[in-house]
Design a protein around this ligand. Sequence first.
Ligand code: GDP
Ligand code: PGA
Ligand code: MN
Ligand code: MN
Length: 588
Amino acid sequence: MQRSPMSTRNAELAQWVEEVARLTRPDRIQWCDGSEAEDERLIDQMLDSGELIRLNEKTHPGCYLHRSDPADVARVEHLTFVCTEQEADAGPNNHWMAPGDAREKMLGLFEGCMEGRTLYVVPYCMGPVASPLSRCGVEITDSPYVVVNMRRMTRMGKAALERIERGDSFVKGLHSTGELDPERRFIMHFPESLEIMSYGSGYGGNALLGKKCHALRIASYQARTEGWLAEHMLIVGIENPQGETHYVAAAFPSACGKTNLAMLIPPESHQGWKIWTVGDDIAWLHPGKDGRLWAINPEAGYFGVVPGTSPKTNPNAYEMITRDTIFTNVAVTEDNQPWWEGKKDGQPAHDWQGRPWNPDSGKAAAHPNSRFTVSATQNPSQSPEAEAPAGVPISAIMFGGRRRDLAPLVFEARDWNHGVLVGAGMASETTAAATGAQGVVRRDPMAMKPFCGYNFADYFSHWLNVGAKLDKPPRIFHVNWFRQDAEDNFIWPGFGENLRVLRWVLDRCHGNASAVETPIGFLPTLDAIDQEGLSMKDGAMEELLSVDEALWQSEMTGIGDFFDQFGERIPEALMEEFRRVVEALGND
Ligand code: GDP
Ligand code: PGA
Ligand code: MN
Ligand code: MN
C-alpha cells in the first residue's frame, strides 16, 4: 500500500486510520493538506476519469460539472439513522438502530470497499480555526469529489490537523461511495461516541460529513450537553443607512430561501442599506457572558440550490458562481456553459444526465436539486465578521417555511417561550432537497426534522433552558415568503424585497414598529411594512397579514397531535404556551 508523506502525531487518529485501512483495503492512503496544488491534482485526475467535466473556460473560468448517479441526487432521510444506546434518546423524530447492530451492518458494507481506490484522510475544522467555539473532525473517504467539496465547504487540511494535534477532540467520519446502490446505502450517526458512518452515496448532505452529519446531527447532541445550540440557520447582518449593523439568524427548511436571504441585495428603493452574509445554512449559537446569544457559521462555503438563481432573484449568487465553482447536476448549453431552470439566459443542449435536451419532454433540464459548491470568500456580500472567533450577536431569530396559505408574511412571538412554540410547531411543504414526495406539508420543527441528533422533546426543553439563561434573548419571529393566490402565483415578491420584512423585525427589536396583537402573536399593522416602490395587487398586504382563525385552529390540532407522540417528555412550559394559543383562538 502506498502512503503520502503527511501523517500525524496524534496516536488516536493514526490508529483509527490504520484500522479503517485494514478494513477497507485501499491501494493508497493520501493525507490531505488542503493546499491549492493538491486541489489542482485532484481536479485533473477527475477530469481524466470523467468524474468532472470542464465548463466553458471563457465564461466560467475554474468551473466544473459533476454528474452524479441519477439515483443519488438528494439526502435520503429514510436511510439516515441516529444510533444512541437508548432508542428513546433518538426520539420518534429519528430512525434508530442499536449502535452495535449499526456498527456491524456498516463494517460489513465497508469491508474491502476501497480495493483499487485511494483512501483520503481529510482533517477539517468547523468554524474559524482560531475560535474556541469551533470543532474539528476527520473524514475518511474514497471520493476525490468529496475532498474537493470539503476544501470549499470547510477549513480543511493542515491547520485543522494542527488543532487536532494540539489536543482537540474530533468527530470520526467514515465515508465510501460504495456501489451507489440505494439498497446498500446508510448514513449512521453515533452521537455518544462522536462517529459517523456513511456508505453508498456521493450526494452532498450524505457524503460531505462536516455539514449535516457533523455540524447539525452530532453537534446538536453535543450542544445540548454543553449548553449551546446547533441550528439549521442562516446568519445575516443588516446595515442601515446610519452604518449600524444588526444580525438575524433564520431557520427555514432545505430549499426554502436561506441562501437567498443570506445574500440578499437591497431593492432600488433602499439606497444606503447593505446586507452582510455570515452563513447560509448552519449556525452554532452560544449564550455570551453579556447575556446575548452569539453565532458562528461552522462552514466556509456554500452548497447552494442552483435552479431559480438569476440576475434578478439573486445577483450576488449569480455573479459568484461564474468562476471557481463546482456544479452538480445542472444542464449545459451548446457551448458548455452551465444552465438551469430560471437562469433567464441561454438554452440547454444537454440535460443534467448528459442526454440531448428535448424541449418537448416537459421535464426539467437541470435537476431541481442541482447544486453549486463555492467558497464563501467569493461572495461579494461576505461579512467582515465571518471569521470573528466570538461570532456575531443575534438580535432576532426567524423561523419560516413554505406555506401556500395559513402562515402570514410575518408575525412576532410574545416572548422566548412562545417563540419556542412557534418554532416547534413549524411546518413546510417538502422540496427536492430530500428524496420522496414533494410539496407535501409536514411538521418540521425549527427546520431541524432531518437534522436533530436527539429526541425533539429534549430539544424543545433545551431551547427553553437556553432562553432562560439569556438576559437579552433575541426576539423570535415567523415568516412566510411563499403565500400563493388561486392561480398559484406567489403573492409576495420575495427575494430583495424581503429586506422590508427584516426592517420591521429589527424595528420591533428596537421598540419602534407598530403591531397588532392576535391569538398567534404580533402582526404588523397594515402600514407598518414600508411599501414604497413595491408593486403588489390591491389587497395583497391585507391578505398577507390576515389570520384565518378557523385554519389556525385546525393547525393547532395538528401541532397537538404531533406533540402527542413525544408523550410525557414534552416540556410542560411548551404545553402551557400551546394551551394559551388554543384558548385565545377559541375565545376570539
Ligand atoms: P435554501 O436551500 O434554504 O438555502 O434555499 P435557497 O435560498 O437556495 O432557495 C431555494 C429556492 O427557493 C430557490 O429556487 C429560490 O429561487 C427560491 N426562493 C428563495 N427565496 C425566495 C423568495 O423570497 N420568494 C420565492 N418565491 N422564492 C424564493
Ligand atoms: P439547503 O442545504 O438547506 O441549502 O437546501 C442542503 C440541505 O439541507 O440538504
Ligand atoms: Mn440545509
Ligand atoms: Mn442553501
